[in-house]
Design a protein around this ligand. Structure first.
Ligand code: ATP
Length: 135
């Protein structure tokens, strides 16, 4: 059993609160891994895959946007949304991707919030990628 504690929190609930051996998370300047004894640091979190291992089992989640704090063998990750890989609704993500792509294709239209559509597209693509990964 690891001596590293992982907390994954969204505005809705605490998704994970447990001791783990390693955490790998999608940081804003690239993926980072944390083992016991890691130096303290802060990082932004971007849409991507979060995984952790505990007692030889690896679990996969999707996270969206937020930040992470690593300190005293505790990894705290606060994000807008997160889902366990196996619980992702792929059809919903495909529909979200399609909506976002249509909005992005309408480049130039005044009523389209481009950055918002791009962010939605990223979330949808990550959900599809992680859900479809054979694990
Ligand atoms: P959508 O347009 O389908 O709502 P979204 O990217 O705008 O997608 P978010 O704002 O990131 O959705 O998430 C809203 C809530 O819905 C969160 O609780 C998130 O975990 C959940 N969620 C979003 N998409 C999926 C999905 N494909 N499968 C399971 N849960 C999802």
């Amino acid at each position: 059993m690891g001596k590293l504690h992982l907390e994954l929190v969204t505005p809705e609930k605490v998704m994970i609160s447990q001791d783990v051996d390693i955490v790998v998370a999608p940081g804003s300047i690239g993926e980072f891994g944390v083992l016991e004894g890691h130096v303290p640091f802060l990082s932004g979190i971007v849409p991507g895959e979060l995984r952790y291992s505990s007692a030889g089992q690896t679990e996969h989640f999707v996270v969206t946007t937020g930040f992470a704090e690593i300190s005293d063998n505790k990894v705290s990750i606060l994000v807008d949304a997160a889902e366990k890989a196996a619980e992702i609704d792929v059809e919903r993500a495909r529909e979200a991707r399609e909506r976002a792509e249509k909005r992005l294709a309408a480049r130039g239209a005044e009523d389209i919030d481009f950055a918002r559509a791009e962010a939605a597209l990223k979330r949808a693509m990550v959900r599809i990628r992680v859900a479809e990964k054979k694990m």
